[in-house]
Design a protein around this ligand. Structure first.
Ligand code: C5P
Length: 310
């Protein structure tokens, strides 16, 4: 569900830079996200957890190309990662769901160039699926609105609707209630890619709700939101899942400790992990830290912009 009416009416990816098509083929970037803040409440009756999270798109992206294939069916090929080529890929399921919704066969070849690591808390698979919905809708002239697409996106996964808009947003419910925030950020971000694969369900399964802590976190989030200051919010490192991920993944904890021993930080985690990140207004500082991390062979890094695609 998308709450912001204005956002439902404009096509966020309609400009030439963000999507190119010649009537038979369309190519679009699928941006990753980081959680500027993530507060998790208790478990709901449906097994999901109630969330209050602010997510921001970052410059790191996958690339999705969709081509009409004259009735041959759905074909998916992934490059550059370990993403599956079949129906277990959310992109494949996105086309099937669309086909079911419009009641006709959608015959497309899809190429997915993976750059966003999986199981990394960056939303790569969800972003790919959201962009696939947008791309197929546009390529096949299905005429679905963003509201229709957001409904389908919510069926694919809790954070898929967020990726339809390519803008900073507050996401509530299980993550599918998306309210765009007209806020910019001026910090640069360095992702520290641990290479670990963290399964989100495992983290939620082990999460223990702490009412007092959560209330304090929400007070801080509300203050920053009231001031419209996401740069300040991200510098607080509010993420309810950090503790549980760190307790289950010792190598990630060790990596964070090593970074902090080198004077790098503060170090935060995106989503349920495994990506760690550091933000700064000084990009040269991040470059120096990145060099140090690579020299010491601790992890791969990626310095990119945050919430500034528009
Ligand atoms: O919605 P999605 O399929 O991305 O969620 C993956 C898993 O993460 C869920 O099966 C659930 O275990 C957990 N989850 C949750 N609460 C949420 C979102 C996800 O418990 N709000």
């Amino acid at each position: 569900m998308i709450n912001d009416k204005a956002e439902t009416e404009k096509e966020p990816y309609s400009d030439k830079e963000n999507g190119q098509d010649d009537g038979n083929v369309i190519t679009m970037p699928a941006y990753a996200k980081v959680n500027v803040s993530l507060v998790v409440f208790g478990k709901r009756a449906d097994g999901f957890h109630e969330l209050h999270t602010i997510m921001a798109p970052i410059g790191l992206c996958d690339q999705l190309t969709v081509r009409k294939n004259n009735g041959k069916g759905i074909f998916l090929r992934c490059f550059g990662g370990d993403a599956p080529d079949g129906p277990e890929n959310l992109v494949f399921r996105a086309v099937e769901l669309l086909a079911n919704y419009v009641g006709k066969e959608l015959a497309v070849d899809i190429e997915l160039e993976k750059r966003i690591p999986s199981g990394a808390g960056l939303g790569g698979a969800s972003s790919d699926a959201a962009i696939c919905l947008l791309a197929v809708n546009r390529l096949m002239n299905l005429g679905l609105t963003l509201i229709d697409l957001a409904e389908l996106a919510g069926e694919l996964g809790s954070d898929v609707p967020f990726f339809l808009n390519n803008s900073v947003a507050l996401c509530k419910g299980r993550g599918e209630i998306v309210e765009s925030l007209p806020l910019k950020m001026s910090r640069h971000i360095m992702l520290v890619l641990s290479g670990l694969h963290v399964a989100t369900p495992l983290i939620y399964k082990n999460y223990q709700y702490d009412e007092e802590k959560t209330t304090k976190q929400m007070e801080s989030v509300d203050i920053c939101l009231g001031q419209g200051d996401l740069d300040k919010l991200i510098s607080l490192g509010i993420n309810s899942l950090t503790e549980v991920t760190m307790s289950l993944f010792a190598p990630l904890r060790n990596l964070r400790d090593k970074l902090e021993q080198l004077g790098i930080g503060p170090v935060f985690m995106s989503g349920s992990g495994s990506t760690l990140f550091v933000t700064s207004e000084d990009i040269d500082q991040l470059k120096r830290w990145s060099k140090l991390i690579v020299e010491k062979k601790l992890a791969e890094t990626c310095i990119t912009e945050i919430a500034s695609q528009r």
